[in-house]
Design a protein around this ligand. Structure first.
Ligand code: ATP
Ligand code: FE2
Length: 334
Protein backbone atom coordinates (compact mmCIF):
# COMPACT_ATOMS: atom_id res chain seq x y z
CA UNK A 1 0.00 0.00 0.00
CA UNK A 2 1.28 3.47 -0.93
CA UNK A 3 0.09 6.56 0.89
CA UNK A 4 0.70 10.18 -0.08
CA UNK A 5 0.61 12.51 2.94
CA UNK A 6 0.07 16.26 2.77
CA UNK A 7 1.21 18.58 5.56
CA UNK A 8 0.08 22.23 5.60
CA UNK A 9 -0.68 23.18 9.23
CA UNK A 10 1.57 26.24 9.26
CA UNK A 11 4.67 27.48 7.42
CA UNK A 12 5.53 24.27 5.57
CA UNK A 13 3.84 22.67 2.58
CA UNK A 14 5.17 19.15 2.44
CA UNK A 15 4.39 15.88 0.66
CA UNK A 16 5.66 12.47 1.75
CA UNK A 17 5.09 9.06 0.19
CA UNK A 18 5.30 6.05 2.50
CA UNK A 19 4.48 2.36 2.12
CA UNK A 20 2.77 0.15 4.70
CA UNK A 21 6.10 -1.25 5.90
CA UNK A 22 7.07 2.24 7.01
CA UNK A 23 9.53 2.82 4.17
CA UNK A 24 9.68 6.50 3.19
CA UNK A 25 9.89 6.64 -0.60
CA UNK A 26 10.09 10.41 -0.83
CA UNK A 27 9.70 13.61 1.13
CA UNK A 28 9.60 17.05 -0.49
CA UNK A 29 8.98 20.19 1.58
CA UNK A 30 8.82 23.89 0.87
CA UNK A 31 8.75 26.21 3.89
CA UNK A 32 7.48 29.78 3.74
CA UNK A 33 10.01 32.24 5.13
CA UNK A 34 8.70 35.74 5.91
CA UNK A 35 11.03 38.62 4.93
CA UNK A 36 10.17 40.40 8.18
CA UNK A 37 7.99 39.68 11.23
CA UNK A 38 6.08 36.47 11.92
CA UNK A 39 3.80 34.28 9.82
CA UNK A 40 0.81 36.04 8.27
CA UNK A 41 -1.71 33.33 7.28
CA UNK A 42 -2.67 35.16 4.07
CA UNK A 43 0.96 35.06 2.87
CA UNK A 44 1.42 31.43 3.93
CA UNK A 45 -1.71 30.40 2.03
CA UNK A 46 -0.43 32.17 -1.08
CA UNK A 47 2.87 30.33 -0.65
CA UNK A 48 1.20 26.93 -0.30
CA UNK A 49 -0.98 27.44 -3.38
CA UNK A 50 2.06 28.58 -5.36
CA UNK A 51 4.28 25.60 -4.50
CA UNK A 52 1.84 22.68 -4.13
CA UNK A 53 1.93 21.55 -7.75
CA UNK A 54 5.73 21.38 -7.92
CA UNK A 55 6.05 19.75 -4.47
CA UNK A 56 3.48 17.06 -5.37
CA UNK A 57 5.09 16.25 -8.71
CA UNK A 58 8.59 16.15 -7.23
CA UNK A 59 7.44 13.77 -4.48
CA UNK A 60 5.89 11.43 -7.06
CA UNK A 61 8.96 11.55 -9.29
CA UNK A 62 11.43 11.06 -6.39
CA UNK A 63 9.43 8.01 -5.24
CA UNK A 64 9.71 6.72 -8.79
CA UNK A 65 5.97 6.08 -9.06
CA UNK A 66 2.95 7.46 -10.93
CA UNK A 67 -0.07 9.13 -9.29
CA UNK A 68 -2.07 6.08 -10.35
CA UNK A 69 0.11 3.84 -8.09
CA UNK A 70 -1.21 5.57 -4.95
CA UNK A 71 -3.68 3.74 -2.71
CA UNK A 72 -4.44 6.37 -0.07
CA UNK A 73 -4.33 10.14 0.54
CA UNK A 74 -3.67 11.41 4.08
CA UNK A 75 -3.67 15.05 5.18
CA UNK A 76 -3.18 17.11 8.34
CA UNK A 77 -6.72 17.80 9.52
CA UNK A 78 -5.61 19.78 12.60
CA UNK A 79 -4.54 21.35 14.85
CA UNK A 80 -3.09 24.31 12.99
CA UNK A 81 -3.84 27.61 11.27
CA UNK A 82 -7.28 27.35 9.65
CA UNK A 83 -6.42 29.01 6.33
CA UNK A 84 -3.30 26.85 5.92
CA UNK A 85 -5.09 23.62 6.87
CA UNK A 86 -7.76 24.40 4.27
CA UNK A 87 -5.17 24.39 1.46
CA UNK A 88 -3.98 20.87 2.30
CA UNK A 89 -7.53 19.63 2.82
CA UNK A 90 -8.75 21.00 -0.52
CA UNK A 91 -5.83 19.51 -2.46
CA UNK A 92 -6.24 16.16 -0.68
CA UNK A 93 -9.98 15.98 -1.42
CA UNK A 94 -9.34 16.77 -5.09
CA UNK A 95 -6.66 14.06 -5.32
CA UNK A 96 -8.84 11.50 -3.57
CA UNK A 97 -11.76 12.18 -5.90
CA UNK A 98 -9.67 12.39 -9.03
CA UNK A 99 -7.69 9.19 -8.32
CA UNK A 100 -10.74 7.50 -6.80
CA UNK A 101 -8.83 6.40 -3.68
CA UNK A 102 -9.69 6.81 0.03
CA UNK A 103 -8.77 9.83 2.13
CA UNK A 104 -7.89 10.06 5.85
CA UNK A 105 -7.55 13.16 8.01
CA UNK A 106 -4.69 12.86 10.50
CA UNK A 107 -4.04 14.61 13.80
CA UNK A 108 -0.77 16.49 13.28
CA UNK A 109 0.46 16.06 16.89
CA UNK A 110 -0.09 12.31 16.76
CA UNK A 111 1.82 12.20 13.46
CA UNK A 112 4.85 13.79 15.21
CA UNK A 113 4.71 10.94 17.75
CA UNK A 114 4.16 8.14 15.22
CA UNK A 115 7.04 9.12 12.94
CA UNK A 116 9.29 9.12 16.00
CA UNK A 117 8.11 5.68 17.10
CA UNK A 118 8.70 4.37 13.58
CA UNK A 119 12.12 5.87 12.90
CA UNK A 120 13.58 5.44 16.38
CA UNK A 121 12.14 1.94 16.64
CA UNK A 122 10.70 2.69 20.06
CA UNK A 123 7.43 1.16 21.19
CA UNK A 124 5.93 3.02 24.13
CA UNK A 125 7.74 6.25 25.04
CA UNK A 126 6.92 9.34 27.02
CA UNK A 127 6.91 11.89 24.19
CA UNK A 128 8.21 15.43 24.54
CA UNK A 129 6.69 17.21 21.53
CA UNK A 130 8.10 20.71 21.21
CA UNK A 131 7.49 22.96 18.22
CA UNK A 132 6.40 26.41 17.08
CA UNK A 133 2.74 25.71 17.79
CA UNK A 134 2.79 22.99 20.45
CA UNK A 135 4.44 22.00 23.72
CA UNK A 136 3.01 18.67 24.87
CA UNK A 137 4.32 15.90 27.11
CA UNK A 138 2.25 12.80 26.44
CA UNK A 139 2.19 9.01 26.73
CA UNK A 140 -0.08 6.20 25.59
CA UNK A 141 -2.61 5.05 28.18
CA UNK A 142 -6.16 3.63 27.99
CA UNK A 143 -6.30 3.66 24.19
CA UNK A 144 -5.24 7.30 23.70
CA UNK A 145 -2.21 9.55 23.79
CA UNK A 146 -2.88 11.18 27.14
CA UNK A 147 -1.46 14.64 27.80
CA UNK A 148 0.51 14.79 31.04
CA UNK A 149 1.71 18.36 30.68
CA UNK A 150 1.37 21.18 28.18
CA UNK A 151 1.84 24.90 27.79
CA UNK A 152 -0.86 27.14 29.21
CA UNK A 153 0.00 29.98 26.85
CA UNK A 154 2.84 30.28 24.31
CA UNK A 155 4.39 27.22 22.66
CA UNK A 156 8.11 26.99 23.34
CA UNK A 157 9.16 27.41 19.67
CA UNK A 158 6.84 30.36 19.19
CA UNK A 159 8.21 32.02 22.34
CA UNK A 160 11.80 31.56 21.11
CA UNK A 161 10.88 32.88 17.65
CA UNK A 162 9.24 35.95 19.25
CA UNK A 163 12.39 36.65 21.28
CA UNK A 164 14.46 36.27 18.12
CA UNK A 165 12.22 38.75 16.29
CA UNK A 166 12.66 41.32 19.08
CA UNK A 167 16.42 41.04 18.52
CA UNK A 168 16.15 41.34 14.72
CA UNK A 169 16.82 37.65 14.04
CA UNK A 170 14.74 36.33 11.13
CA UNK A 171 12.11 33.57 11.46
CA UNK A 172 12.56 30.83 12.57
CA UNK A 173 14.89 32.09 15.30
CA UNK A 174 15.48 28.84 17.24
CA UNK A 175 18.70 27.72 15.51
CA UNK A 176 20.32 31.18 15.69
CA UNK A 177 19.38 31.63 19.38
CA UNK A 178 20.98 28.24 20.09
CA UNK A 179 24.16 29.30 18.28
CA UNK A 180 24.45 32.63 20.14
CA UNK A 181 23.57 30.98 23.50
CA UNK A 182 26.78 28.91 23.25
CA UNK A 183 28.76 32.08 24.00
CA UNK A 184 26.76 32.84 27.16
CA UNK A 185 28.38 32.15 30.53
CA UNK A 186 26.43 34.14 33.14
CA UNK A 187 22.97 33.04 34.17
CA UNK A 188 20.47 35.92 34.31
CA UNK A 189 17.46 35.26 36.53
CA UNK A 190 14.28 34.76 34.45
CA UNK A 191 10.72 33.66 35.37
CA UNK A 192 10.57 29.88 35.75
CA UNK A 193 6.87 28.93 35.71
CA UNK A 194 5.67 25.35 36.12
CA UNK A 195 2.09 25.03 37.39
CA UNK A 196 1.39 21.46 38.42
CA UNK A 197 2.36 19.56 35.28
CA UNK A 198 1.80 22.52 32.95
CA UNK A 199 4.14 25.20 31.68
CA UNK A 200 3.82 28.91 31.12
CA UNK A 201 6.25 30.80 28.89
CA UNK A 202 4.55 34.20 28.63
CA UNK A 203 6.22 35.66 31.76
CA UNK A 204 9.60 34.52 30.50
CA UNK A 205 8.91 36.14 27.14
CA UNK A 206 7.80 39.43 28.70
CA UNK A 207 10.92 39.58 30.91
CA UNK A 208 13.16 39.18 27.85
CA UNK A 209 11.05 41.59 25.79
CA UNK A 210 11.65 44.27 28.46
CA UNK A 211 15.39 43.60 28.28
CA UNK A 212 15.29 43.89 24.46
CA UNK A 213 14.33 47.56 24.86
CA UNK A 214 17.62 48.23 26.69
CA UNK A 215 21.02 48.72 25.10
CA UNK A 216 22.54 45.20 24.93
CA UNK A 217 26.14 44.24 24.19
CA UNK A 218 26.89 41.05 22.25
CA UNK A 219 28.05 39.43 25.49
CA UNK A 220 24.84 40.41 27.30
CA UNK A 221 22.78 39.04 24.46
CA UNK A 222 24.63 35.71 24.59
CA UNK A 223 24.08 35.55 28.37
CA UNK A 224 20.40 36.32 27.91
CA UNK A 225 19.87 33.64 25.23
CA UNK A 226 21.87 31.16 27.31
CA UNK A 227 19.60 31.94 30.29
CA UNK A 228 16.50 31.69 28.10
CA UNK A 229 17.52 28.18 27.03
CA UNK A 230 18.55 27.08 30.53
CA UNK A 231 15.26 28.30 32.03
CA UNK A 232 12.79 27.11 29.41
CA UNK A 233 14.44 23.72 28.81
CA UNK A 234 14.76 23.09 32.58
CA UNK A 235 11.02 23.72 32.87
CA UNK A 236 10.40 21.15 30.13
CA UNK A 237 12.84 18.73 31.72
CA UNK A 238 11.13 19.01 35.10
CA UNK A 239 7.69 18.14 33.69
CA UNK A 240 9.13 15.39 31.46
CA UNK A 241 10.89 13.81 34.43
CA UNK A 242 7.70 13.76 36.46
CA UNK A 243 5.80 12.19 33.52
CA UNK A 244 8.51 9.52 33.26
CA UNK A 245 8.32 8.79 36.99
CA UNK A 246 4.52 8.70 36.97
CA UNK A 247 4.01 6.55 33.86
CA UNK A 248 7.01 4.25 34.50
CA UNK A 249 7.64 4.06 30.75
CA UNK A 250 11.06 2.77 29.77
CA UNK A 251 11.84 5.30 27.03
CA UNK A 252 11.51 8.97 26.16
CA UNK A 253 11.19 10.45 22.68
CA UNK A 254 11.82 14.10 21.77
CA UNK A 255 10.04 15.30 18.62
CA UNK A 256 8.90 18.51 16.86
CA UNK A 257 11.06 21.30 15.42
CA UNK A 258 12.63 22.30 18.79
CA UNK A 259 13.91 18.69 19.17
CA UNK A 260 16.84 19.91 17.03
CA UNK A 261 18.16 21.83 20.04
CA UNK A 262 21.30 20.20 21.47
CA UNK A 263 20.92 21.70 24.95
CA UNK A 264 17.36 20.41 25.26
CA UNK A 265 18.51 16.99 24.02
CA UNK A 266 21.28 16.99 26.62
CA UNK A 267 18.90 17.81 29.49
CA UNK A 268 16.34 15.15 28.55
CA UNK A 269 19.11 12.64 27.90
CA UNK A 270 20.55 13.28 31.41
CA UNK A 271 17.15 12.61 32.94
CA UNK A 272 16.85 9.38 30.94
CA UNK A 273 20.23 8.25 32.27
CA UNK A 274 19.17 8.97 35.84
CA UNK A 275 15.97 6.97 35.37
CA UNK A 276 17.83 4.28 33.39
CA UNK A 277 15.49 4.52 30.42
CA UNK A 278 16.14 4.82 26.67
CA UNK A 279 16.53 8.27 25.13
CA UNK A 280 15.49 8.97 21.52
CA UNK A 281 15.35 12.02 19.29
CA UNK A 282 13.53 11.93 15.97
CA UNK A 283 16.02 12.23 13.05
CA UNK A 284 16.13 15.95 12.34
CA UNK A 285 14.80 15.69 8.78
CA UNK A 286 11.57 14.31 10.29
CA UNK A 287 11.48 16.35 13.53
CA UNK A 288 9.78 19.40 12.02
CA UNK A 289 6.58 19.45 9.98
CA UNK A 290 6.71 16.93 7.13
CA UNK A 291 4.37 14.98 4.86
CA UNK A 292 6.00 11.61 5.63
CA UNK A 293 4.68 11.62 9.20
CA UNK A 294 1.19 12.35 7.87
CA UNK A 295 1.41 9.54 5.29
CA UNK A 296 2.63 6.99 7.87
CA UNK A 297 -0.04 7.93 10.44
CA UNK A 298 -2.61 7.83 7.61
CA UNK A 299 -1.66 4.21 6.90
CA UNK A 300 -1.94 3.22 10.58
CA UNK A 301 -5.31 4.94 10.85
CA UNK A 302 -6.70 3.63 7.54
CA UNK A 303 -5.84 0.03 8.46
CA UNK A 304 -7.56 0.17 11.82
CA UNK A 305 -10.44 2.67 11.54
CA UNK A 306 -13.64 2.97 9.56
CA UNK A 307 -13.54 4.60 6.11
CA UNK A 308 -13.60 8.43 6.08
CA UNK A 309 -16.11 10.13 3.76
CA UNK A 310 -15.17 13.39 2.03
CA UNK A 311 -17.93 15.04 4.10
CA UNK A 312 -15.97 14.08 7.25
CA UNK A 313 -12.78 15.85 6.16
CA UNK A 314 -13.62 19.28 7.57
CA UNK A 315 -10.54 20.86 9.09
CA UNK A 316 -10.20 20.90 12.91
CA UNK A 317 -7.91 23.85 13.85
CA UNK A 318 -8.15 23.17 17.60
CA UNK A 319 -8.11 19.34 17.53
CA UNK A 320 -6.39 17.96 20.66
CA UNK A 321 -4.36 14.78 20.44
CA UNK A 322 -6.01 13.35 23.58
CA UNK A 323 -9.40 13.33 21.79
CA UNK A 324 -8.28 10.77 19.19
CA UNK A 325 -8.68 7.01 19.68
CA UNK A 326 -5.54 5.09 18.69
CA UNK A 327 -6.78 1.66 17.60
CA UNK A 328 -3.52 0.68 15.88
CA UNK A 329 -1.62 0.52 19.17
CA UNK A 330 -3.64 -2.54 20.14
CA UNK A 331 -4.49 -4.20 16.85
CA UNK A 332 -1.33 -3.87 14.75
CA UNK A 333 2.18 -5.10 15.36
CA UNK A 334 4.07 -1.82 15.98
P1 ATP B 1 3.66 22.48 14.91
O1 ATP B 1 2.60 22.72 13.86
O2 ATP B 1 3.85 21.03 15.18
O3 ATP B 1 3.53 23.29 16.11
P2 ATP B 1 5.67 24.08 13.66
O4 ATP B 1 4.76 24.67 12.64
O5 ATP B 1 6.15 24.95 14.70
O6 ATP B 1 5.03 22.75 14.18
P3 ATP B 1 8.16 22.67 13.36
O7 ATP B 1 8.94 22.56 12.09
O8 ATP B 1 7.76 21.43 14.05
O9 ATP B 1 6.93 23.53 12.90
O10 ATP B 1 8.96 23.57 14.41
C1 ATP B 1 9.48 24.84 14.10
C2 ATP B 1 10.02 25.46 15.38
O11 ATP B 1 11.23 24.79 15.78
C3 ATP B 1 10.35 26.93 15.25
O12 ATP B 1 9.79 27.61 16.35
C4 ATP B 1 11.87 26.95 15.31
O13 ATP B 1 12.43 28.14 15.84
C5 ATP B 1 12.14 25.77 16.22
N1 ATP B 1 13.53 25.27 16.11
C6 ATP B 1 14.14 24.75 15.02
N2 ATP B 1 15.43 24.45 15.30
C7 ATP B 1 15.64 24.80 16.60
C8 ATP B 1 16.76 24.78 17.48
N3 ATP B 1 17.95 24.33 17.08
N4 ATP B 1 16.59 25.22 18.75
C9 ATP B 1 15.39 25.69 19.18
N5 ATP B 1 14.31 25.76 18.39
C10 ATP B 1 14.42 25.32 17.12
FE1 FE2 C 1 4.42 20.25 13.64
Amino acid sequence: MLCLGIESTAHTFSVGIVNDEGKILSLISDAFKPQTGGLKPVDVVEHHYTVFDTVLKQAISKANIEFSDLDLIAFSQGPGLGPCLRVGAAISRSLSLQLNIPIVGVNHCIAHVEIGRLLCNVYDPVTVYVSGGNTIISAFDSGMYQIFGETLDLAIGNMIDMVARDYGIPHPGGPKIEEIAKYGTNYINLPYIVKGMDLSFSGLYTAIWKKSKEETSKKNQADLFYSLQETSYSMLAEVSERAIAHTEKNSVLVTGGVAANKRLQEMISNISDEHKIEFHVVPLKYAGDNGAMIAWTGILQYKTSKKTEISETKILPKWRMDEVPIPWRNSLKD
